[in-house]
Design a protein around this ligand. Sequence first.
Ligand code: NCD
Ligand code: ZN
Ligand code: ZN
Length: 340
Amino acid sequence: MQKFIIDSPLDMHLHLRDEDMLKLVAPHTSKTFAGALIMPNLVPPVTTKEALISYKNRILKACEGDTFIPYMTLFFQGNYSYEFLNDIKDEIIGIKLYPAGITTNSETGVSSMDVDVLRPTLEIMSKLNIPLCVHGETNGFVMDREKEFMPIYESLALNFPNLKIIMEHITTKDAVELLNKYDNLYATVTLHHLLITLDDVAGGALKPHLFCKPIAKRYEDKEALLQAALNAHPKLMFGSDSAPHPKHKKECCGCAAGVFTSPIALQVLTELFEKYEKLDNLNAFISLNAQKIYDFEPLNKKITLIKKEFEVPNIYEYKNENVVPMYAGEKLNWSIESIL
Ligand SMILES: NC(=O)N[C@@H](CC(=O)O)C(=O)O
Ligand SMILES: [Zn+2]
Ligand SMILES: [Zn+2]
């Protein structure tokens, strides 16, 4: 096959940051994606209606000229009232919960994952039909953090059967298996976790641009994620978790966690699904599943990919900001031909 059309791609887990970094990275998503779920971990995090609407407007401005919907999220706090959530519910697609200190800009996240502590807010969310997106890691041993979080997902799923729970950026076989156990559990998976294991990050010379949370795991985990994605598991959505940090914060002592993949995501996914002869499932994985899970209005943006070499730039820059993409300087087999 020489050409492939992706219908209304959606990125259901995206970090756009703010100010010049927002202006630098947003167009890399808004040109080629129909919409994206925007993470709220700014400094300070997005916790008020005012902050949310003004952030949405800054995003729309950074994406000017593109047909693109930013689906906004609120940063979970245990003290949101029914009135507050009822008032903001039409502005948001979900609320993102971070255990405190577990990842970039999560210091003000929740300090307890006890269901009874979280119950008041989660009951309001169930009633108002607001999905819960979760960064599911404990603070245990780094390779076991997601696995150790599985009982927490189970107890959330059991205690709040009417709450849609999205396990964000899953990285383990255990999480894939849990998807099939509870009706109200869903998940996103990134591009990089379909491609790399811990070996690619730290098995040879350390690769800071592949360092992210949750850390890439074992071969069998990658394999389970890949099979679920290639077969367009109906409860799994594409969420790039494209998480830009400036080069000096990646290539240093104390490397920030996050992989920047927005400019290469569609090309690499096409190559991957083609390699396994699963291109027929790509539109479900990258768009239809999310539309069903989140109940979207119909979308219409067609991206034509062509089998033609694309050399990934070494760095993207705007004013004083810069960011190094995954596969910097390398050649990909597919390029974006046109956008309609
Ligand atoms: N994934 C990451 O490694 N980093 C994300 C935060 C997150 O999604 O956990 C970021 O905001 O930089
Ligand atoms: Zn996260
Ligand atoms: Zn993220």
